[in-house]
Design a protein around this ligand. Structure first.
Ligand code: GTP
Ligand code: MG
Length: 339
């Protein structure tokens, strides 16, 4: 029988240190990349090659309960179209993870409302919706009863926190967890009493930004505590800049308020200074950025721009112009304000 790495699920091999699943000895519990991740927080080599269709095939044939894990900071990014198709007619519990990133003053009712408004566009139904945090074990009480009633598969987009939640539920840290997309390489079976829990590789989205960031920037995009949203009052045409990754330019009619729910620093500058700021950026920097300008509708007086992998900007007030200029690897969704 093949031995598998208990961190990422990759089949262990002792032949080639450059290839996935390498371990010095076949009896090792972890492959070298997972070992280095756990012991030295070195996540340079954890990114696995995941084939989305293998994961979707697994989900389609799975007959137990499905825990669909959503990253509450990146709701639209979490809504993977292929995954959503495969969840139709399944027993799905929707888990909004990373609840700890939002202040308690933002009520669960408000969050639920926001989440359901996005979900209602799709023919999906849920057994239940819960908000959880892999960082706060007390938030997992509500899902414990499911563990007594059959097999469960933890599914969702990359980085949603599937492995983190499983670790928290099991009170272990065996499964590999990192801010790198595709940390879990293969479907993994974890036997608990009479049932099996399955960790699955995350489904990928179009956003490839995280592939181009260094370790430090990746870590800053995976905050570990409640975020302090950055608030900007904008009275004249101005731009908000993130490293050299991109900018948002707003020309208000009177006044626009922007609240940035992003874990990295956003600088407010005059539009003509955007390029100079891109050049001087020290954090959130990617090589050979290629920018794509997009102009967004004047649809409402309270909208969000979700910038995949980064977070979202809430924009309140009437504007003449709302323009983004982000690197081509960055996906953006324009929606009614979430909160
Ligand atoms: N603040 C916060 N961070 C979380 C939470 N859950 C996961 N994370 C972070 O999110 C990142 C991704 O977590 P993983 O558990 O590796 O996510 P995954 O869904 O298993 O990812 P893949 O295996 O790549 O699909 C890590 O940096 C975690 O520390 C949470 O509840 N709160
Ligand atoms: Mg994982």
């Amino acid at each position: 029988m093949e031995n598998k790495c208990q961190g990422c699920g990759e089949i262990l091999q002792t032949e080639n240190p450059q290839e996935r699943g390498y371990a010095k000895a076949i009896e090792h519990q972890f492959c070298q990349s997972c070992f280095r991740l756990k012991n030295y927080r070195d996540f340079k080599h954890v990114r696995a090659e995941v084939n989305d269709s293998d994961v979707l095939d697994f989900i389609q044939s799975f007959e137990g309960t499905i825990f669909w894990i959503i990253d509450l900071l990146n709701i639209n990014q979490s809504m993977h179209p292929g995954l959503m198709r495969s969840l139709v007619d399944k027993n799905v519990v929707l888990l909004g993870n990373k609840r700890d990133l939002y202040p308690q003053s933002l009520s669960d009712t408000k969050l639920l409302h926001a989440l359901m408004r996005e979900m209602n566009q799709f023919p999906l139904s849920f057994m239940e919706v819960q908000f959880v945090s892999a960082k706060k074990r007390e938030t997992l009480q509500g899902i414990l009863p499911y563990l007594e009633h059959g097999d469960i598969a933890f599914v969702g987009a990359v980085n949603a926190g599937k492995s983190s939640l499983l670790n928290a539920l099991l009170g272990k840290d065996t499964l590999s967890v990192s801010p790198v997309a595709s940390t879990t390489a293969q479907v993994m079976e974890i036997k608990v009493n009479d049932y099996t829990l399955y960790d699955t590789p995350g489904l990928q989205n179009e956003s490839k930004l995280s592939h181009h960031l260094n370790d430090e920037d990746l870590l800053s995009l995976a905050p570990q505590k409640t975020m302090k949203p950055q608030v900007y009052q904008i009275y004249e045409k101005q731009s908000l800049v993130i490293g050299n990754i991109g900018s948002i330019t707003i020309e208000p009619i009177d006044q626009v308020q922007v609240i940035a729910y992003v874990p990295v620093v956003t600088k407010r500058v005059k539009p003509e200074r955007v390029d100079a700021n891109f050049k001087q950026a020290k954090e959130m920097v990617i090589d050979n950025a290629t920018y794509r300008k997009r102009i967004w509708p004047k649809a409402d007086h309270n909208v969000d721009l979700e910038i995949f992998d980064i977070g979202f900007f809430n924009i309140k007030g009437k504007y003449k112009l709302l323009e983004t200029n982000f690197d081509k690897n960055v996906e953006i969704v324009f929606r009614r304000a979430m909160i």
